[in-house]
Design a protein around this ligand. Structure first.
Ligand code: COA
Length: 571
């Protein structure tokens, strides 16, 4: 079928739908929801059999949904309506929630249902984490079911009976700040976390600290602290600790609500002078805000680095390098780089770069810090190394993962192995060595130019990953432990280590790693300091979430003239 994806933005769910439908053999093209006229043009150019909207914020115009069947993915149970479905699910402490695929009609979220599936709400999950995991997983299943039903030509979608005694779905208004305002004198820790989690990602929970309006994100339970409810009682790395009525929480990120054009930053950075004299809890201590965690089991060392949104600042890279070097000293045999649960890594921390006095200097420091880490991993001779991707990875994060000897991917994750969308950024992290080394010259060229998301299946086919398994975090992590143990106890271990060292020597003699780094960084220097401001403009737009004014031709196939001409000639 020809399926047009209509999206507000090409977010993680839309990317996953795009790659999966293509893998099923459908012809897929994407159009951003910029205006009704642009959509009409897309329909005229592409002639879709079906329009699918995995992430849409406004209604589709009537002439289009009357002309082509339009299916909307709503992150709510059958009968649920409104723009804040997940916010309410978390605020109301729903134990089960769902995803519904409904047909577009004049009233938002009110059309006949093509598929509706439910999932268990993970206790303590943030809205964005729930979206990236349970919602995405369930949406993919529901979309497959809806498309099968649509293709069958016999299925009749029906309207939910919201008056049925077991119906839980209702129309809900947008969740406002007043619906989730924290009452620090009354709310217990669980309630405070639930309110902040309901707003994580966007819009953040509006609050006040030291008389300033701030939006709170990235909240976690803090162990062993207490104080006057609402008071900021400690700091640790990027996070501040706030007391609640029955304990305390860490808040990792804030957005300043008093200044215009602000964006999310590490909390200690936003409060800066105000918390100068506050008690500092070491980030490495058991009670601190630990983004980096390591432990050993059997002969395997595991390194978790759960950086918010997968963004890695200079400081975070430096700390991770120290932790990695510590692991190299241990008498283990295998080191597994676990990344975070939602993201493995998305490369340099573009928000921290934006907030720095010189964005060019901070970009330079940040890329060098990631390169130091990548180099240490590539040069490791004492251990076999594994990158285990529980979550998505983008740009430099993908190549940092490929620096390890083995890359294991959770089924269903999406990789974005390219930099060019960030204002033609050249990229570093030794990608000019790693990509051809693992995927071959031709594929390396195709991957870096295509600027497309990649499924775990494609990544393994191309050699960007070695294996994919586990359809849930639990299943994936359990298999990672099993496989890492097997690797460390393998009779071939010494041979495998010997082979890797020998291969590295050959590669080094052919072209030293330092040369790859120098060439990449030379190009990055021009991106950061050169005449062409594209990187800084793209970075600004990304950090400030400026909506795109047109769909990139890489995904908007119906607007790709070269592709259309090629297809015309072929037919
Ligand atoms: N620095 C700072 N924040 C980042 C980030 C980065 N490198 N990468 C992602 N984020 C943030 C986003 O701003 C967003 O923030 P939010 O919580 O306010 O919504 C969140 O992480 C999720 O990102 P989003 O873009 O919504 O996720 P996605 O799954 O739709 O897209 C990527 C994934 C990787 C394609 C996209 O995030 C991206 O292009 N990131 C930048 C990669 C990059 O160029 N890095 C620098 C070069 S190494």
């Amino acid at each position: 079928m020809r399926i047009l994806l209509l999206v507000h933005a090409f977010n993680s769910l839309s990317q996953r739908v795009f790659v999966e439908l293509e893998e099923l053999g459908h012809e897929v093209s994407v159009e951003f929801d910029i205006s009704d006229a642009v959509l009409r043009e897309a329909v005229a150019l592409f002639h879709p059999d079906l329009i699918l909207a995995p992430f849409l914020k406004r209604a589709i115009c009537e002439d289009i949904w009357k002309q082509v069947t339009c299916l909307i993915v709503h992150p709510g149970i059958k009968g649920d309506r409104g723009p804040s479905a997940l916010d309410w699910a978390i605020l109301n402490d729903e134990k089960k929630w769902g995803v519904t695929i409904l047909q577009a009609e004049s009233e938002m979220d009110a059309g006949p249902v093509w598929s509706s599936l439910e999932f268990k709400v993970r206790p303590g999950a943030t809205k964005s984490s729930l979206y990236r995991n349970e919602v995405t997983q369930t949406a993919i299943k529901a979309i497959h079911q809806a498309i099968e039903r649509f293709e069958s030509n016999v299925f009749q979608p029906s309207r939910p009976n919201i008056n049925a005694p077991d119906s839980r779905g209702i129309e809900r208004p947008p969740a406002r700040q007043s619906d989730r305002k924290v009452n620090w004198d009354v709310d217990d820790t669980k309630t405070v976390l639930r309110k902040i989690n309901s707003a994580d990602g966007t819009p953040g929970l509006k609050d006040e600290i030291f008389g300033r309006t701030v939006f709170l994100y990235d909240a976690h339970l803090a162990h062993g602290f207490s104080g006057k409810p609402g008071e900021v009682i400690a700091k640790s790395g990027p996070a501040i600790c706030r007391a609640t009525t029955d304990g305390a929480i860490w808040i990792g990120h804030l957005r300043d609500g008093d200044e215009p054009n602000t964006f999310k930053l590490p909390a200690t950075r936003v409060l800066n002078e105000k918390i100068k004299n506050l008690r500092e809890v070491s980030i490495d201590s058991i009670n601190g805000y630990s983004e980096i965690r390591s432990y050993e089991k059997d002969d395997v060392g595991y390194l978790h680095f759960d950086f918010y949104n997968g963004a890695m600042s200079t400081q975070q890279c430096d700390r991770l390098l120290i932790a990695y070097r510590e692991m190299l000293k241990r008498p283990t045999k295998v080191i597994v780089l676990m990344g975070g649960t939602d993201f493995w890594s998305n490369g340099m921390h573009l928000n921290v770069i934006k907030a720095s006095p010189s964005a060019a200097d901070e970009s330079w420091r940040n890329i060098n810090a990631i390169d130091d880490l990548a180099e240490e991993i590539i040069k490791t001779t004492s251990h076999l190394t594994v990158s285990a991707l529980q979550g998505n990875a983008g740009a430099g994060g993908v190549f940092l993962a490929r620096a390890a000897d083995y890359v294991w991917l959770r089924e269903g994750i999406i990789l974005s192995p390219h930099y060019k969308d960030m204002g033609n950024l050249f990229g570093s992290e030794f990608w000019t060595y790693l990509l051809p080394r693992y995927t071959g010259q031709d594929n390396a060229k195709a991957i870096s130019q295509a600027r497309l998301p990649m499924s775990s299946k494609q990544a393994v086919e191309f050699g960007l990953g070695d294996e994919r398994f586990g359809d849930s975090h639990k299943a994936f992590c359990a298999q990672v432990v099993e496989r890492a143990k097997k690797l460390s106890t393998s009779q071939d271990f010494d041979q495998l280590l010997h082979d890797k060292i020998a291969r590295r020597k050959i590669d080094e003699n052919r072209k030293p790693l330092g040369d790859y780094r120098a060439t990449e960084l030379e190009k990055m220097k021009s991106n950061f300091y050169g005449f062409d401001p594209s990187y800084h403009i793209a970075r600004y737009n990304f950090v400030h979430k400026i909506p795109k004014s047109r769909t990139p031709v890489t995904i908007s196939r119906h607007r790709d003239l070269r592709r259309i001409e090629k297809q015309r000639r072929a037919s």
